[in-house]
Design a protein. Structure first.
Length: 230
């Protein structure tokens, strides 16, 4: 014989689940509609591995000034050697350097200046725009980010080692051997990790027009060179 109390409880449980599901669908629909109503911005970087980065509005015009407010940002990252990094008051959005694909986010801009760069090539792939009452951005302090390593046997790497322009740099060195050190020298720069040091260090400084060398402290013949343009 059926239990009428159990049946009623089952019906109530189903009804509650339906109400919750309906509420979730409504919330998700509202969120999607809100995003669709936002003005759209389109970031684009590294098409065919080119050293190009842009930020445009929905009409294809380069972004130089925006009203404060909430926007939908769509980033098209075409290259595994570049990325799109947007920063400014209350906003920090970036794609990975070694990843390719699209990324869609909602951002809220307030009065201020915003900058977008490729982190690996910030001296030549960069842009900026102002928001709200700010109309004249200060010149961005571009920083070229470099990474280097040295391993047993004096094998050293430095990335990127081409297409570099004069300006401020930040170099992260991974010293993987306690029997050698990593050395960087050139115009205005002379730095090295200790021969017995093993770990990670970060150096900052200014690259100048000219030729630089990098590599093993103990084995000068293994050192390589790169050039910086003014």
């Amino acid at each position: 014989m059926n239990n009428p109390i159990a049946a009623e409880r089952s019906i109530r449980c189903v009804a509650v689940k339906l109400l919750v599901a309906t509420a979730l669908v409504a919330l998700l629909g509202a969120a999607g509609a809100a995003r669709a109503d936002n003005p759209m911005l389109i970031g684009d970087v590294g098409l065919d591995d080119s050293y190009t980065i842009t930020l445009k509005d929905a009409n294809g015009a380069p972004v130089t000034h925006l009203p404060a407010g909430t926007y939908t940002l769509v980033i098209h990252d075409h290259s595994s050697i570049h990325n799109f990094d947007l920063n400014g008051p209350g906003v920090s959005v970036a794609t990975g350097i070694d990843t390719i694909g699209d990324k869609t986010v909602t951002v809220t801009f307030t009065d201020g200046t915003y900058f977008y760069v490729c982190d690996d090539h910030a001296s030549r792939m960069k842009g900026s725009f102002t928001v709200g009452n700010v109309t004249a951005p200060p010149p961005p302090a571009a920083v070229t980010r470099l990474s280097a390593s040295i391993a047993a046997g004096g094998k050293a790497t430095l990335k990127p080692s081409s297409g570099l322009s004069a300006g401020q740099f930040k170099l992260t060195v991974s010293d993987r051997t306690a029997a050698d050190g990593f050395r960087l020298s050139g115009p205005g720069v002379s730095k090295a990790t200790g021969v017995t040091f093993k770990g990670t260090v970060t150096w900052t400084g200014m690259l100048q027009d000219g030729k630089y060398s990098f590599g093993s402290v103990r084995k000068p013949k293994l050192r390589r060179s790169f050039s910086v343009s003014g």
